[in-house]
Design a protein around this ligand. Structure first.
Ligand SMILES: Nc1ncnc2c1ncn2[C@@H]1O[C@H](COP(=O)(O)OP(=O)(O)OP(=O)(O)O)[C@@H](O)[C@H]1O
Length: 305
């Protein structure tokens, strides 16, 4: 069974159609990256899954049922984009308050504060928290009740690079524990390692969806072979280009060769057998490059102005 299924979903805010026939699904224990430009419809999609909005047309099912059902909502965790708390409460009081609202066992509170790195600061008032600390508290709130599905809207906003890495590590742990995650973010650098699939939205339409390798083969972007410390690099460049590859010099003795899948092995074999490079690295198209590719395609449909 799919954990989440959206079938031909449309959503209108008055005259503005925010989603156009969106069909999307999520499997058990999967991490889906939901990407798109500002106003693409990501938050609207999340709110439909959370049962905070009702679709104008089409079907939304979560755990095989309507997201409006209490038994479904109890198994969802949500970190909204703009997380806000009562400033006068401490982190501990805040989380206890949310635990009561969610009917989550109070024993989870301290464990979660520890898990998100706020144990030391839990007796401080939230008004003294940095943006990153509030974001961590938001994540702890979303994890109350051990949700089966976690929806994170821009979770890395305000987090420094180490905190961002820790957040991704936490998502990985949750996935290993069987929690499915929908991660909505504009920060694509480094996200590849933490998602199973990506859905790219533009103007309320799904532009592309799939695993990274599926998306890579759809876009047909080349892999880059970076060859460092190569004697006679310019000679190699000329040879590779004469054989139909795209090689460019980077500095005096480094080469970058753009290759498509079939040719990758061929170039590597040549360089390994006949070259004298200090180091060779192969880099596949990143999520950012895949995203940019789809964003430069004509949009399937556009919102009315
Ligand atoms: N409450 C609302 N009333 C009217 N229009 C809305 C409302 N919420 C969102 N919209 C509109 O719906 C469209 C989709 O908005 P949504 O918030 O889902 O996009 P998003 O992809 O999450 O954007 P962002 O990355 O900027 O957060 C936008 O055109 C937005 O202006």
């Amino acid at each position: 069974m799919k954990l989440v299924e959206l079938h031909s979903v449309r959503h209108c805010y008055g005259k503005l159609q925010a989603l156009h026939d969106l069909t999307l699904s999520l499997n058990e224990g999967e991490v889906l990256g939901l990407f798109g430009h500002n106003g693409a419809g990501k938050t609207t999609t999340m709110k439909l899954i959370l049962g905070l909005l009702r679709a104008s047309a089409g079907q939304v099912s979560v755990f095989g049922a309507s997201p409006q059902q209490a038994k479904v909502r109890q198994q969802l965790g949500y970190l909204p984009e703009n997380v806000s708390f009562y400033p006068q409460l401490t982190g501990l009081e805040t989380l206890r308050y949310f635990a009561r609202l969610k009917s989550a066992p109070s024993v989870q509170v301290e464990a979660l504060l520890e898990q998100v790195g706020l144990a030391q600061a839990c007796k401080r008032k939230v008004k003294t928290y940095s943006k990153g600390m509030r974001q961590r508290l938001g994540l702890a709130q979303a994890l109350l009740g051990k949700p089966r599905l976690l929806l994170l809207d821009e979770p890395t906003v305000g987090l420094d690079p180490i905190a961002t890495r820790e957040l991704y590590a936490m998502i990985q742990q949750l996935r290993e524990g069987g929690t499915a995650v929908i991660l909505c973010s504009h920060v694509l650098a480094g996200v590849e390692a933490f998602i199973d699939r990506a859905a790219i939205m533009a103007s309320g339409c799904l532009q592309a969806e799939g695993t990274l390798s599926e998306l890579r083969s759809q876009v047909g972007l080349p892999s880059l072979i970076r060859v460092n410390g190569l004697l006679q690099a310019s000679h190699w460049q000329a040879q590779l280009n004469s054989e139909g590859f795209q090689a460019r010099l980077v500095g005096q003795d480094n080469l970058e060769v753009a290759t498509h899948n079939g040719a990758k092995q061929q170039v590597l074999k040549l360089l390994l057998e006949q070259g004298d490079a200090e180091d060779i690295e192969v880099r596949q198209a990143s999520m950012e490059e895949i995203y940019s590719h789809f964003m430069t395609q004509p949009f399937a449909q556009r919102n009315a102005p």
